[in-house]
Write a protein that binds this ligand. Structure first.
Ligand SMILES: Nc1ncnc2c1ncn2[C@@H]1O[C@H](COP(=O)(O)OP(=O)(O)O)[C@@H](O)[C@H]1O
Ligand SMILES: [Mg+2]
Length: 285
């Protein structure tokens, strides 16, 4: 199967007063149609900047300085800002950690969902737009009573559901989700993950899912890309990665997950005195 997204040797650097920060430094991975790829790594490992680079959202002093990003065979690094904007929210949907960044506090939920349909399916009548918007909210478990609510009337979990409904409304081929459940409590987090996974499977949508939580990875991923200091240290199918983690950094991350029944949450076993880039990279798929 041809890849939907192919990222090759991506480099995204920040020039700061303390020098050049290589946020993403030679990252390569691909996502096939319908596939679920997880980028995992600790805070600061370059997960968000990898995603933002793909979406054309890196702002100065950051810059994509090298590599190639092919989406359906087209090089996104050659797209104009206008072309990128058209792509985002149509063929590529996005869900971020903080839903308020994607919602306008001054408009009702129904209005904002309807806007997406109006833009992407201009042939629909007003009544059809309303019906589709209601359906979209229903799909993420929000009742008709939420149609006229404002973002501030909703809980964090409900707001994230609205953002997911808006992202799905475009029927994107690829959904990029950057820690979409990190700000939510554990129960809501599990509901949102189930919801996203269900929608992904029913729509055969590809997903690039970013998280620092290997438990989430275990639930969602077909392929796992482990980032450390802006580089890919291990890449493998989820099965291979969990059954037989090979890179010392991956092993350290896995050891940091509390086991069922274990009372004390173990402190992360990633050793700050070790430079994990000194070990050979384990690229297995
Ligand atoms: N605005 C910025 N200015 C300077 N450096 C930045 C900026 N944003 C991100 N970085 C650098 O990029 C690295 C990766 O950031 P990010 O992709 O946000 O990490 P993650 O999402 O994995 O937590 C950070 O460790 C930081 O050094
Ligand atoms: Mg991040």
């Amino acid at each position: 199967m041809a890849n939907l997204l192919e990222v090759t040797d991506l480099q995204t650097y920040f020039s700061t007063k303390n020098g050049l920060v290589k946020a993403v430094d030679g990252v390569s991975f691909s996502v096939a149609p319908g596939q679920s790829v997880c980028l995992v790594g600790e805070s600061g490992s370059g997960k968000s900047m990898s995603a933002w680079s793909i979406m054309g959202l890196v702002k100065p002093p950051g810059k994509v300085v090298g590599g190639q990003i092919l989406f359906k065979g087209q090089n996104l690094l050659e797209f104009s800002p206008k072309q990128m904007q058209a792509l985002r929210g149509s063929q590529i949907g996005m869900v971020f950690q903080e839903p308020m960044t994607s919602l306008n506090p001054s408009y009702t939920i129904g209005y904002q969902v309807a806007e997406v349909f109006k833009i992407h399916q201009p042939i629909l009548s007003a009544a059809q737009v309303k019906e589709k918007s209601m359906q979209a909210l229903g799909q993420v478990g929000l009742g008709a009573d939420k149609f006229n609510a404002y973002p501030f009337n909703l809980s964090g979990g409900q707001r994230q559901r609205v953002v997911i409904a808006m992202a799905m409304a475009c029927a994107p081929d690829l959904l990029i989700a950057d820690e979409p459940t990190t700000a939510l409590d554990v129960t809501i987090q599990a509901q949102i993950l189930d919801l996203m996974q269900g929608l992904q499977q029913s729509k055969q949508m590809a997903m690039l899912f970013i998280t620092h939580d290997l438990g989430v990875v275990a639930q969602l991923a077909d392929v796992v890309v482990v980032l450390y200091k802006g580089e890919v240290v291990e890449k493998a199918s989820a099965k291979d990665l969990f059954n037989d983690p090979r890179h010392p950094y991956t092993r350290a991350l896995l050891e940091a997950i509390p086991k069922p029944g274990q009372r004390k949450v173990r402190l992360a076993s990633v050793d700050e005195n070790v430079n994990y880039l000194d070990f050979p990279k384990e690229i297995r798929c």
